[in-house]
Design a protein around this ligand. Structure first.
Ligand SMILES: *Cc1c(COP(=O)(O)O)cnc(C)c1O
Length: 260
């Protein structure tokens, strides 16, 4: 069965432990099926649950259902949740755009940062990490959809960006991250994922020491099967686990053309 792009009305809300178990099992099954279709081992793919807008009580249920790592788009929200749930053994992954004045928070508690696209942010993070005597796994965000206002560096700037990151030794590059075009047209979404994989492969050839393990963080609730077919190693999934979000996606990403 060919992959389709799903829309939020297809994601049931999880409010009980049983709901969470069912949604997580369904997502894991979709991951395994997509991997199998292209002969990949599902164990190569990390599911990163995205908990933005989800309140504490429901995150606690998700933890009870077995989740240990959560992605948050906004640092302020991530920081509040980190403090509120310190009693739990949770890793917080920051997956959205970062202002330099929030670098200290991310350096203090984040388990990884997936949206690195400016050297000013790299510099601010590195300084804070040095102070805290920590290192931070990072993904470089690439704009693969050619939409001018979207976050992410341009594909042709990637190599230079990776070279410049060598000045910031506390940042441990894990690979690349992208958001695909927001469209129901599956082949246009696929092109974004293929572009990211090709870029990763090119960097592995040209500057293998700068791309780390070469991970590919791509795919969200609506399109992660397509992403897995194209080599994704991290899928960032919110709505398919927690249920449809009311906040429109344009709140998180400037310049997107369609919204829910
Ligand atoms: C919200 C978000 C996701 C998850 O989107 P869903 O539609 O909830 O799966 C993935 N990546 C980023 C950067 C996000 O902000």
């Amino acid at each position: 069965m060919p992959s389709e792009i799903l829309t939020p009305d297809e994601f049931p809300e999880a409010n009980t432990l049983e709901d969470f178990k069912a949604n997580i099992a369904a997502v894991n099954k979709r991951i395994a099926d997509a991997a199998e279709r292209v002969g990949r081992d599902p164990a190569e793919i990390r599911l990163l649950p995205v908990s933005k807008t989800v309140p504490e009580e429901r995150i606690r249920l998700a933890v009870q259902a077995g989740l240990r790592q959560f992605g948050e788009n906004r640092v302020q929200e991530a920081t509040a949740k980190y403090h509120a749930m310190k009693d739990l053994d949770i890793e917080w992954s920051v997956i959205g755009n970062l202002q330099t004045n929030k670098a200290r928070d991310v350096a203090a508690y984040a388990s990884e940062f997936q949206a690195l696209d400016r050297l000013r942010v790299a510099k601010a993070l590195d300084r804070r990490l040095q102070n805290a005597e920590r290192t931070l796994p990072v993904f470089v965000q690439v704009n693969t959809s050619n939409e001018p206002q979207k976050y992410g560096i341009q594909p042709d700037e990637l190599r230079e960006f990776l070279e410049a990151l060598q000045d910031y030794p506390t940042l441990k590059v894990q690979g690349l991250m992208t958001l695909a075009l927001f469209t129901p047209e599956v082949e246009r979404v696929r092109e974004c994922f293929v572009l990211l994989r090709n870029l990763r492969d090119k960097m592995r050839e040209e500057v293998p020491e700068l791309i780390g393990p070469g991970e590919l963080s791509m795919g969200m609730s609506g399109d992660f099967e397509v992403a897995i077919e194209e080599g994704s190693t991290v899928v960032r999934v919110g709505q398919a686990i927690f249920g449809a979000r009311e906040t429109p996606d344009s709140y998180y990403w400037p310049g997107i053309t369609t919204s829910n």
